[in-house]
Write a new protein. Structure first.
Length: 335
């Protein structure tokens, strides 16, 4: 399986993407660097399959230049030259180029971004932090102004994604919409209308019982929570900052204690980093496209970019694009 990597994306530039390619290749993943000749030359010298673009590309507002690595990567996807594409570029630019260069996999005005948020707690039995449940949020930033029908579509796609990603999918996922209360009359008109439509689908692909509140995200109450990017993206950004500050506090606590206590604090920090900042949160698969495109965080260093490539290699064989399109058709949400 070939995973293409946009070599000029992300805040850390080509220094991070070059190291990410090296780490991914060492992990046994057939990674395809896509970028300017001077960036990919060392991999070409080693016999690695590369795709050369023009000199360092430009970005005009939300549009990539014609020879941008991401655009060439999309064309490779469509022509089956690679199996998946990873980029840490601007979200809206990625979406715009994807929609322009490939057919969509659903009747949606644009793709959506799902993101899993793991719940965590201390286990007295295991004497460590454990992660008993993950709640999938969708959409976390691709669409900010949506209709009730689109919210329903987000949840259906999220439920299909969750089921495909779950190791134990014997039971239907529990789904809801983010709102200001659990009652079905709370929220704006779009949310209330969308929830009414979702309730009519209860038992077909998912269980729908009530609205979701923010406190439900870090719990096992829901498997999937839908909302527009305007509502859910700030939650993701808040969670990222909270985790960062939490881990810094752990590090300070670890330096303040000695012996066995220090080891316990250090292990707790390692567990949190692995569960909250590991491979599963390194990138988001854009749902609603016919071909797999993965959006890594713009602030990803080479470790996170490597995790994003690993995530793409693990998720792509699940054929989630085809499964979400099938779910939408089965519920009359796509032709």
């Amino acid at each position: 399986m070939k995973i293409g990597l946009d070599m000029v994306s992300g805040d850390f530039g080509t220094a991070a993407t070059i190291l990410a390619v090296k780490s991914s290749l060492e992990a046994g993943i057939e990674t395809v660097p896509i970028g300017p000749a001077d960036v990919i030359q060392e991999f070409r010298d080693q016999g690695v399959f590369c795709v050369e673009t023009a000199s360092m590309p430009e970005q005009h507002g939300l549009r990539f230049s014609p020879g941008h690595p991401f655009k060439l990567g999309v064309r490779l996807l469509v022509d089956e030259g690679i199996d998946a594409l990873v980029s840490a570029g601007n979200t809206q630019s990625i979406i715009a180029s994807s929609l322009r260069l490939m057919p969509k996999g659903s009747a949606l005005k644009g793709p959506v971004l799902p993101q899993g948020i793991p719940d965590f707690e201390w286990s007295e039995e295991e004497n460590r932090i454990v992660f008993p449940h993950t709640t999938t949020l969708v959409d976390v930033g691709a669409n900010v102004d949506v209709s009730a029908e689109e919210l329903v579509t987000f949840v259906v796609m999220g439920a299909t994604y969750r089921e495909a990603m779950s190791e134990d999918s014997a039971e239907l996922p529990v789904a809801g919409l983010i709102s200001v209360g659990h009652e079905d009359y709370k929220g704006n008109r779009v949310t209330i209308d969308a929830f009414r439509r979702l309730r009519a689908m209860d038992g077909k692909l998912m269980h729908v019982d009530r609205m979701a509140e923010g406190s439900d995200i870090l719990s096992s109450n829901f498997d999937v929570i839908g909302g527009d990017g305007f509502s859910l993206n700030p939650i993701i950004k808040l969670a990222e900052k909270a985790v960062e500050k939490f881990l810094l506090s752990f590090r300070a606590a670890n330096n303040a204690v000695e012996g066995d206590k220090s080891l316990t604090v250090r292990q707790a920090q390692i567990d949190l980093m692995s569960g909250l900042l590991g491979e599963a949160t390194s990138a988001a698969l854009l749902l609603g496209l016919e071909f797999p495109v993965y959006k890594a965080h713009g602030k990803s260093d080479y470790v996170k970019l490597t995790d994003a490539v690993k995530f793409a290699a693990r998720v792509t064989p699940l054929e989630i694009q085809a499964k979400t399109a099938s779910s939408l058709r089965a519920l009359g949400l796509a032709s």
